[in-house]
Ligand binder design. Structure first.
Ligand SMILES: Nc1ncnc2c1ncn2[C@@H]1O[C@H](COP(=O)(O)OP(=O)(O)OP(=O)(O)O)[C@@H](O)[C@H]1O
Length: 473
């Protein structure tokens, strides 16, 4: 392994131990709380040491994602959700705010900004997390190099409408975002889902290198890993029906299962075999009970003992947080790039403005020239619809654009890259030119079609002010 190539420029760290003790997760779907809640995680305890790759495995519905989300403080206690037990980092309790400062979370769906290139995506994070220009550049280059993203660094991320990078490159970019931030601990929900076996191996291999060389704590859920990938795991959590049936190094797993009467057939992938035993089927119930009994008798006490030995240590690597102004500037810059590149969006907004202008102008064609009360009434009607159509145009960012960006915003806000208010100010600022230009287009069209006189000038002003107020509200 080439150490020099993958050691980040940041100083080496002592590492972070994530642990949980007597963790219960109960959900009550009955709104009146009259029935007993469903136990999703049942009194489990575990340790994820630094410098190790911990894989959470189990049959579908075993509780893997729930465990990962609870460790990431992404599930909070509500009236129908009960979470009890201790969740600790280096022996300290932590909340979602603290978690965002020492950890990164890579979601199963790669939520990225479609109109940025891979490099710009990483630079956006670096600009918000580092002050020193050289450090920003070296962090981005380090992530590009480590994740082998150099070839596609100038390709757009893309989406359904915009051709962009491949699925594997998307996944690597999502991991790159966390690598730029360089947290002590990275949690990943199914990092290999939807990838071919080679790309899946490359990604897990990268995580393994990261854990060994930089002493990061790596935890992920995974489905049916190939035997090559299995060999990269240091530690395995096997879950069945919300309880552990194995926890420990992969080397000891086969012997342990053999000792409790489950011998893995030769040439079989051990994980495939053990997960098949844990399937929640009628004829497997007694096997599952035997697995629970074996775990309680042989492993639980070892884990309790290891937990009691965890020393209370400070959490290092508290991250830099960009100030409000820096946050707004970065969001604004990204928004401007989006407007430049998302041609469909801008063109559709221009077409919409022209269409509405023509529609109102056509309906009230020459109305201002009609004599008497009828003419005045029609002109007022035309002006009313003109204001309303400008109002509808101003709603565009709220109705069309925000839902598209919502997931990106939630991910970034969860990672504490910026505050909600900074996002709001940055995003609203991008809209200001549109709020001025589109009403002018509409009113210029209507000016001649309705045959308005120079009162229109004041209407333009009213419109603009109206819309600035809408966005501000
Ligand atoms: N908030 C919730 N309300 C109700 N049921 C829930 C909730 N969260 C999880 N569950 C249930 O708990 C079980 C475990 O869910 P979880 O997503 O953790 O499983 P998983 O092991 O990750 O499964 P998969 O491998 O299929 O993704 C599932 O049966 C799921 O339906």
């Amino acid at each position: 392994m080439n150490k020099a190539q993958i050691v980040p420029q940041k100083e080496q760290i002592n590492g972070l131990t994530l642990s949980f003790k007597n963790l219960n997760y109960i959900v009550n779907q009955d709104k009146n709380n009259q029935t007993q809640g469903r136990i999703i995680l049942n009194n489990i305890s575990g340790i994820c040491p630094p410098g190790k790759v911990t894989a959470i495995l189990g049959a579908s519905g075993a509780g893997k994602t729930s465990l990962l989300n609870i460790l990431a403080q992404r599930i909070s206690t509500k009236s129908n959700v009960q979470i009890t037990g201790d969740i600790l980092a280096n022996g300290n309790h932590y909340d979602s705010e603290k978690f965002a400062r020492f950890s990164g979370y890579v979601m199963q769906n790669d939520i990225l900004f479609a109109t940025l290139t891979v490099k710009e995506t990483l630079e956006f994070v670096a600009n918000l997390k580092y002050t020193n220009e050289n450090e920003k550049i070296s962090r981005v280059n380090y992530a590009l190099k480590t994740l082998k993203l150099e070839k596609c660094q100038n390709t757009l991320i893309g989406n359904e409408l915009l051709k962009g990078i491949s699925g594997g490159e998307r996944k690597r970019t999502s991991i790159g975002v966390e690598l730029v931030r360089d947290p002590q601990c990275i949690l990943l929900d199914e990092p290999t889902s939807g990838l071919d076996s080679f790309t899946a191996f490359v990604i897990i291999n990268l995580l393994k290198k990261l854990s060994v060389v930089s002493k990061r704590t790596i935890i992920f859920t995974i489905h049916q890993p190939s035997s090559d990938i299995y060999l990269l795991f240091d530690q395995i959590f096997l879950l069945a029906k919300g309880r552990f049936v194995y926890q420990g190094p992969k080397e000891k797993m086969i012997d342990y299962f053999q000792s409790i009467g489950f011998e893995c057939p030769k040439k079989a992938n051990p994980l495939d075999y053990f997960i098949s035993i844990m399937q929640n089927e009628e004829n497997r119930q007694s096997d599952i009970q035997n697995l629970f009994k074996g775990y309680d008798n042989q492993i639980q006490s070892q884990i309790d003992e290891q937990l009691s030995r965890i020393q209370l240590k400070n959490i290092e690597n508290e991250e830099f947080q960009a100030n409000f102004q820096q946050q707004v500037v970065q969001i604004l810059k990204r928004g401007i790039l989006n407007v430049k590149r998302d041609k469909i969006l801008v063109r559709s907004r221009i077409v919409m403005a022209v269409f509405l202008g023509l529609l109102v102008g056509g309906i009230f064609w020459g109305a201002a020239n009609e004599p008497g009360f009828k003419g005045t009434q029609s002109t007022t009607g035309g002006l009313f619809f003109l204001v309303m159509s400008s109002f509808m145009t101003a709603l565009n960012p709220v109705i069309v654009q925000f839902p598209q960006e919502r997931d990106v915003f939630l991910r970034e806000e969860n990672s504490k890259l910026y505050s909600t208010f900074a996002y709001f100010v940055g995003k609203s600022s991008i809209e200001i030119p549109f709020l001025i230009i589109f009403p002018i287009i509409q009113q210029l069209i209507c000016y001649w079609m309705i045959d308005l006189n120079d009162q229109t000038a004041s209407i333009v002003l009213i419109n603009i002010l109206d819309q600035v107020e809408i966005v501000w509200d």
